[in-house]
Ligand binder design. Structure first.
Ligand code: SF4
Length: 140
């Protein structure tokens, strides 16, 4: 059963945008991409700055879950991207996605270790794409 905190958090509009279909973001899986607003880093080379500096988004978690209910049997997986998805509450959202039968891929900069561990410990992630970040001088 969901707690009040989880129900409240699922109505927060923290999702910048939704890509309703992709066959390239999760290898061998038809997916959608959930783009979370905001990021805890400010990489010079970021190509998603509009998302990184967004305070909120177009959609709530509930909006995405309503969309996913219409895609059961059509899509196989949900990609959580951004921005940095782990800057937001993911546990209750991922539990609801799993209840609908989707796999979950997380795109992350890997800095929120405890959130990622929590999701892995709860067996909620099927794929983690870890994108290492560093200042420019470290790449030379
Ligand atoms: S971690 Fe990713 S989304 Fe965040 S600023 Fe860096 S490149 Fe952009």
């Amino acid at each position: 059963m969901s707690t009040d905190r989880e129900n409240n958090s699922l109505s927060a509009k923290v999702i910048y945008d939704l890509t309703t279909f992709t066959h390239v973001d999760y290898p061998d899986h038809l997916s959608c991409i959930v783009w979370f607003s905001g990021c805890n880093m400010r990489c010079d080379y970021c190509y998603n700055k509009d998302i990184v500096f967004a305070k909120d988004g177009k959609y709530s978690y509930d909006d995405i879950l309503d969309f996913l209910k219409t895609r059961v049997g059509l899509l196989e997986a949900v990609v959580l991207s951004g921005g940095e998805a782990t800057s937001h509450e993911l546990l209750p959202f991922c539990r609801e996605i799993k209840k609908l039968g989707f796999k979950i891929k997380l795109d992350t900069n890997g800095t929120n270790f405890s959130t990622i561990k929590e999701l892995l410990d709860a067996n909620l992630l099927d794929y983690v794409a870890l994108d290492y970040k560093a200042p420019k001088d470290k790449f030379t």
